[in-house]
Design a protein around this ligand. Sequence first.
Ligand SMILES: Cc1ncc(COP(=O)(O)O)c(C=O)c1O
Length: 472
Amino acid sequence: MNHSAATASQTKATAFQNDPRVAEAKRLIAEALAEHTESLNAVAEPDPELKDAYQGFIADYAAARGGPPLWPYFASGLGNGPYVELADGSVKLDFIGGIGVHGCGHSHPAIIEAGIDAALEDTVMQGNLQQNVPSVEMLSRLIELASQSGAPLEHGLLSTSGAMANENALKLAFHHNQPANRIIAFDNAFAGRSIALAALTDRPAYRNGIPLAIQVDYLPFLDPKDPAGSTQQAVAKLKQLLARHPGKYAAFWAEPVAGEGGYYAGSHDFFAALCGPLRDAGVSIVFDEVQSFSRTSKPFAFQHYGLDEFADIVTVGKITQVCATLYRKDFHPTAPILSQTFTGSSSSIQTGLETLRQLDAANCFGENGSNVTRHAYFADQLERLGKKHPGLIAGPYGEGMMIGFTPGDGSLDQAKLLMNILYDLGLLGFLCGAAPVRLRFLPPPAITTHEHIDAAIALLDAGLTEFAAKRV
Ligand SMILES: Cc1ncc(COP(=O)(O)O)c(C=O)c1O
C-alpha cells in the first residue's frame, strides 16, 4: 500500500531522513560494518584473554537470574550471516537464531540500516495510542501476505511477543464463540508462557503450581509412519470430543508444523480431515505460526498445506521481529478486549518490515523456492550422516527451514549431550520434543547457503564421533 501520492509536500521527518548527512553517516557505518564483519566467516575458539571476563558475565547472569543460563551464550553484538561472535571472542555457526528470530542472520547490513532508521524515529516504542507510519505498513503487509492465496484474513493487531499474539487470538476466539469455554489442541502443543497459554501448552512442568486458566482437550498429531491411521485416529477423537462437549469449543488450536513439540510436519489431508468437522461444529480455527512463519514453501505454513479457507485467526512472531494476530472480519470484537501500551519497538517494526523484504529477495518461497531446496539438501546430508553413524541419527523431521532429527536413543540426556558437544564445536542447534527429544535447526531463511549447511554438517559429523564415544 503506498499512500505517498503525488504531492510536493513532505514532513520535516522525511526531510531529516533524506538529509545527505544522514545518508553519509549510514554509508560510513555500512563501510565499517563490512570491514569488521568480513573475517567472521568460520567457527573459532574463544580468545584466552577474554575468557575470565566471559566467566564473569555467566556468573553475573546466574546470580541475577537465580540459576545458570540454558547454555553459555552471551553475544558480542557482531556477526556475519549465520556466524555470530560471542563476548569471549569465539565464533559460532548459529543455526538456531534465538529459536527462529534472526531470519537474516547476524549484522545483516539491511537490518542494521533499518535499525538506524528506527533509531532516528522520535520514539523508541509504539503502541495502540500512538503509532508511527511503519507500524501501519507492517500490519498491512502481514495481512496482505496472509490473504494472498485466499485466506479471508482482513484485520490484525501487532504485539510484542508470540505469547501476547496468542493471548489476543484466544480472546478473539472466546469472544466470537461465547459462551464456549474449551479449546482443542494437539498433544505436545506449545503456545507460550502466559497463564492461559500454559494451560494450552501440553507440558505439565510448564504450569507447575499454576492454576488451569482454560479447559483444553488434546488430539494426536499426524504420525509420519502411519499418516492414514493417525489421521483416522485424530478425526475419531475429535468427533468424540465434539459430541461430548457440544457447543463448548471456542477454538481448534494448531501449529501447522509442530515446533517445540518435536518438529512434526503436518499435511493438507490431515488438517483438512479435521477442519471439515470443526467447521460443521462452528469451532474457530487458529493457526499458530509464531515458529513456522516464513520457513516453508509459502510465507505461512497453512498456505503451504493449502488450508487457506480454514484460517479464522493466525498468529505470527519471532522472525517478524514484531508479533501479530491476524483475523477474519467477522471475528472483529464488539467490546474493547484488545489493547496494549506497547505494540512493538520502532526498531522491531522497521527491521520486521525489512526482514519480510529480505525473505522475498532471497526467493525463499515457491515450490522450488530456497526453503524447499535447502531443506532437501540439508535432509540429504543428514541422511548421509545417519548412514555414516548408524543408530545416532533418526529422521530428518520438519519442513523447509525447520529441520531436526532424533539423536541416539531419543532421551533427553543424549540429546543434551549432543547439543552441548556441538555447542563446544561451534554449531548452535537446540532441543525440541519430549518423547523422543530431538535436536532442531532453524537456519536463517534469508541468508543460509548450501555452504553454510555443509559447514554445519561437517561440525555435526565431528560431533557425532565424539557423541558415539561419550554416550552411555
Ligand atoms: C508455536 C509457538 N507459539 C508461541 C510461542 C511463544 O512466543 P514468545 O516466546 O515470543 O512468547 C512460541 C515460542 O517458541 C512458539 O514456538
